[in-house]
Design a protein around this ligand. Structure first.
Ligand code: MG
Ligand code: MG
Length: 265
């Protein structure tokens, strides 16, 4: 069942999403070769708690051990922070959630480190673009399939694989609620988008096969062919007039030293 949010609830979610955006910015300033992913996790957790939030991912399902999902190269999502030190040429997805005043927010960004292969940079740029193509279709009166189709048709035109096992989701009092937001689907199908819906759109796009495998740790999801993957996520609120993007990558783009995106959005 989809829980529609009041304007008041949406403004609380926006407050939390701002803390989330700033936490992402704190980490963005630290991402460079030699940094341990566990250090990024610690910084994010402290930042979120300092501002009165709780990391949404910590102890998720009673078992996720960290505040960030950090997914490097062929890890698609749900990577666990560790002693691994980032190195030149890595691409690293940072996914973070904040629980604040009773509501969650959720967003993700994939960083290329300097030295990233040109083809992998293109994968990131196109995945980012697909997120915005999805957001453009996320408007009152459309159906979820319009969002899904916009993402899928764009990235598949480059031969990339769209992960099927994991999808975007409604967000609110629970981190994951209805509706599901698949990155694949048919135009005009799926649930109708109505004002008050709040959901995360999060394309997970693989350079090669769409197939993924799960590690024995019960969390880490990797591409089956071990080629790289990209992941970007925003939360939107459907409103009568204009859909509002609740999360922000602004602080990331300000703080991250490697200016890699060539496109304007
Ligand atoms: Mg999400
Ligand atoms: Mg997320």
């Amino acid at each position: 069942m989809v829980h529609l949010k009041s304007d008041e609830e949406i403004s609380i979610i926006k407050e939390g999403a701002r803390i989330l955006g700033q936490a992402h910015g704190e980490i963005a300033g630290l991402i460079k070769p030699g940094i341990k992913t566990s250090v990024l996790d610690k910084v994010a957790e402290e930042y979120i708690r300092d501002y009165g939030g709780v990391p949404s991912f910590k102890n998720y399902n009673g078992s996720f051990p960290a505040s960030l999902c950090i997914s490097v190269n062929d890890v698609v999502v749900h990577g666990i922070p560790s002693n691994y030190e980032l190195k030149e040429g890595d691409v690293v997805s940072i996914d973070c959630g904040v629980y604040y005043k009773g509501y969650h927010s959720d967003s993700a960004y994939t960083y290329p480190l300097e030295g990233t292969d040109e083809k992998v940079l293109l994968l990131l740029e196109r995945t980012y673009e697909s997120l915005y193509r999805g957001i453009e279709q996320a408007k009152a009166g459309n159906r979820m399939g319009d969002v899904s189709f916009a993402i899928q048709s764009y990235v598949e035109s480059f031969g990339y694989g769209v992960v099927r096992e994991l999808v975007g989701h409604g967000v609110g009092k629970n981190l994951h609620e209805d509706p599901e937001v698949p990155n694949f689907g048919k135009r005009g199908k799926g649930v109708k988008l109505v004002p008050g819906m709040v959901f995360a759109i999060e394309p997970m796009i693989n350079m090669g096969t769409k197939k993924v495998v799960q590690e024995r740790d019960g969390w880490t999801i990797r591409t089956a062919d071990r080629r790289p993957s990209a992941h970007f996520e925003h939360m939107v609120a459907i409103r009568e007039e204009k859909t509002e993007v609740l999360t922000t990558h602004q602080y990331i783009e300000e703080k991250y030293s490697f200016k890699w995106r060539s496109k304007s959005r």
